[in-house]
Design a protein around this ligand. Structure first.
Ligand code: ADP
Ligand code: MG
Length: 231
């Protein structure tokens, strides 16, 4: 079974009299433990697709299954639970909570979602902060660290609940090229270490090449699929 199974997916936005066809008959399968990139020009439908895979929004038609669950059929509350249990998110603007320390930002999803107690998760936070290279920053607040460090913290936060899938919509758009490359490679390392599937979108040619599977979107359609894994 694929982790993500999408069949004949469409998404149309209705803006008064005008309907915008953002996704047109998308079908794709993503296997567990792969590093996937969605590329395409601005307005091609990348965010729409990632929002649907992240069960943040509902499709207009078609089927979208994550781990066999038809997420488009879940209620709002069920989708929120599903996201909390199975998905992690990394955002373009990092979206860290400014009043919390680095450590507390990574702890937050555990406290919110999993109701986990005890020492086990605390060790997991420390290990993850170490793995992403910000353990020495753990007591600082987001405004005291760099953008690259903030995104490292965000990657740790996305992984702390041990999700099967992490979705990252243009995670490197606010970073310089070198830092962008390092963040994508950090995600790749985390994918190898935890067998977490990552799907990220990007414009940046320097990081596209790091993906194993590359989907190119154009005007709401998949224009190309490239598999770069060694056969
Ligand atoms: P990308 O992320 O590749 O830039 P988007 O998925 O954001 O593309 O947008 C795809 C198309 O859908 C664009 O034409 C965009 O203007 C439109 N669109 C996106 N979100 C909305 C929305 N909430 N309401 C109306 N139109 C939208
Ligand atoms: Mg977008």
């Amino acid at each position: 079974m694929s982790l993500v199974e999408i069949k004949n997916l469409t998404k149309t936005y209705q803006m008064g009299e005008v309907s915008i066809s953002a996704l047109k008959d998308i079908s794709l399968d993503i296997e567990e433990g792969t590093f996937v990139s969605i590329v395409g020009p601005s307005g091609s439908g990348k965010s729409t697709l990632l929002n649907l895979i992240g069960s943040l929004d509902l499709p207009t038609s078609g089927s979208i299954k994550i781990s066999g669950e038809e997420v488009g059929k879940l209620s709002r509350k069920e989708r929120a639970d599903f996201r909390g249990k199975h998905l992690g998110f990394v955002f373009q603007n990092f979206n860290l909570i400014p009043v919390l320390t680095v450590y507390e930002n990574v702890e937050y999803p555990v406290l919110m979602v999993k109701n986990e107690s005890g020492a086990a998760y605390k060790e997991r936070i420390t290990a993850l902060l170490d793995a992403v290279g910000v353990l020495d920053q753990q007591s600082k607040r987001p405004d005291q660290i760099s953008g690259g460090q903030m995104q490292r913290v965000a990657v740790a936060r996305a992984l702390i609940t041990q999700p099967k899938l992490v979705i990252a919509d243009e995670p490197t758009a606010n970073l310089d090229h070198d830092t962008a490359y390092k963040i994508i490679n950090l995600m790749k390392k985390m994918k190898d270490q935890f067998n977490t599937t990552f799907i990220f979108s990007t414009h940046d040619p320097k990081v596209i090449g790091e993906a194993e599977i590359i989907y190119t979107l154009e005007d709401g359609k998949i224009q190309n699929r490239e598999d770069r894994r060694a056969k």
